[in-house]
Design a protein around this ligand. Structure first.
Ligand SMILES: Cc1ncc(COP(=O)(O)O)c(C=O)c1O
Length: 465
């Protein structure tokens, strides 16, 4: 397995996508921060497992026993990937959002929560809903961050349970947070720490024991295992005393006419039939990444990320965003705007004319975007009744190569100097579409489409494998 070589690592590498006007191009995936493609190793393992797939925990048949072993074994793979302590509980969830909402529901009464306005909404809104949280303003530097967190934690009365909820790496700027220092600070003040590792886990080694992180959460679909599972791992005590997250089968030990007794962890918070394939795939991704070596992943991504930022800096009219100017520790994520052009239009042109996939909008981090893009381009959100700033985000992962970064920079240069080659229409919801859009969906989504398109897709996938 060679990192940084196209086609060998992820499913769908080399996929051709249609462009407006009838031609096609190799798809350049620069949207890993939203969802990463499956690793080939993950896909292979899932295919080996699928014939054995069955119910877990309840079935007497041999397939059920295999599935139960696969599901329970997945917890060990996750624990090993995160350097978990022996008593850490591993709970499978749907994704990071689900994992953080679960923890929020289990906090002891009167827990004081400290978080920041730099967070993804998934690590902001659950605390607002369940607990009066202190939301610190976006700090100007890591030193300021540590100072304001220390100050907020210092105001919490002694003896009151407290939690610091922070991200491991920003999904907007890619900046990696000083997690070890934040954990030490939290513990010094008698607080616990949850780290939202949705963007950190795919790019950096995580070892919860070193900095003694109390809980971490991440999503399989960002970790090359897009089969619908996520994880909350950490200290069992608060989770063991919380009510079952979902009331129903699997989460109860006994039910009578009078009431119900919840089971122990981890099943207590995994009510209903679990996502066996999702958990198995997530574990396969953890094993595959450990084999590749997270240090090797980080080194290769640093090389490509540096190239991405350097190339963007040379495109006239492109402005990149950073919360802490000059801060060097970043994963391969870059948010930027193109002067005088709507971010939705630029993202649509990149897709329609160049076959490049990026994300645009406010990345579920409205307060941070409002801070970064102060006075910059804005996106209209009909539902919320006011304008929200927006930008474009390019994000990297395994399977990206230098040419991907170079093609993005070249496309942006053409867009800024020459403008689009096609017509586009702005929609009422702020989106932008090619007018007309003559690209056809692949045949499996359109029964009337020609068989050739199916062959095109299968060929591309087989090539990648
Ligand atoms: C930093 C961060 N936290 C949380 C989430 C939420 O992840 P999910 O949508 O998988 O629940 C995301 C998703 O983009 C993220 O980037």
């Amino acid at each position: 397995m060679v990192i940084g070589s196209r086609g060998s690592l992820v499913v769908g590498a080399g996929l051709e996508v249609p462009l407006v006007g009838g031609s096609s191009a190799r798809y350049i995936n620069l949207d890993y921060a939203a969802s990463a493609p499956a690793l080939v190793e993950v896909w292979d393992e899932v295919q080996s497992f699928v014939p054995w797939y069955s119910s877990v925990h309840r079935g007497a048949g041999f397939r059920s026993q295999v599935s139960t072993a696969a599901y329970e074994g997945a917890r060990d793979a996750v624990r090993s990937f995160l350097g978990g302590r022996p008593d850490d509980t591993v709970i499978f969830t749907r994704n990071t959002t689900d994992a953080i909402n679960l923890l929020a529901r289990c906090l002891p009464r009167e827990t004081a929560v400290v978080t920041t306005l730099m967070e993804h909404h998934a690590n902001l809104l659950p605390w607002r809903r369940h607990h009066a949280a202190v939301e610190l303003p976006v700090p100007g530097s890591p030193t300021e961050l540590l100072a304001s967190v220390g100050d907020a934690l210092g105001r919490i009365p002694a003896g009151r349970p407290a939690l610091l909820a922070v991200t491991g790496a920003s999904n907007v700027t890619g900046e990696v947070w000083p997690i070890a220092e934040l954990a030490a600070l939290a513990h010094r003040h008698g607080a616990r720490i949850l780290v939202d590792c949705a963007q950190l886990a795919p790019h950096r080694a995580i070892d919860v024991t070193g900095p003694d992180l109390d809980w971490v959460a991440f999503s399989g679909h960002k970790l090359y295992a897009p089969f619908g599972a996520g994880v909350l791992m950490g200290r069992p005590d608060w989770l063991a005393s919380g009510d079952a997250y979902l009331a129903g089968g699997g989460a109860v030990a006994e039910v009578s006419a009078e009431g119900a007794e919840w089971t122990e962890l981890p099943e207590r918070h995994e009510g209903g039939s679990p996502n066996v394939i999702g958990a198995f795939a997530l574990a396969a991704a953890c094993r595959a990444l450990q084999r590749i070596g997270m240090d090797a992943v980080a080194a290769e991504e640093k090389r490509l990320g540096d190239r991405l930022r350097a190339r963007l800096a040379r495109v006239p009219g492109v402005v990149t965003y950073q919360t802490w100017p000059g801060y060097p520790d970043r994963v391969g994520i870059a948010a930027f705007s193109v002067n005088s052009r709507d971010h939705a239009e630029v993202a649509t042109i990149l897709s329609a004319e160049y076959g490049i996939g990026v994300r645009n909008g406010s990345f579920c981090a409205h307060p941070l975007l409002a801070h970064l893009a102060d006075g910059g381009p804005e996106e209209w959100r009909p539902g919320c009744g006011r304008r929200v700033p927006g930008a474009i985000r390019a994000s990297l992962g395994l399977g990206n190569v230098e040419e991907d970064v170079d093609r993005l920079a070249e496309a942006l240069r053409e867009i800024t100097t020459r403008g689009p080659r096609w017509r586009y229409r702005k929609l009422a919801d702020g989106g932008v579409v090619p007018e007309p859009d003559d690209r056809r969906l692949p045949a499996f989504l359109s029964p009337a489409a020609e068989q050739e398109e199916v062959e095109l897709l299968v060929g591309a996938t087989a090539g990648a494998l």
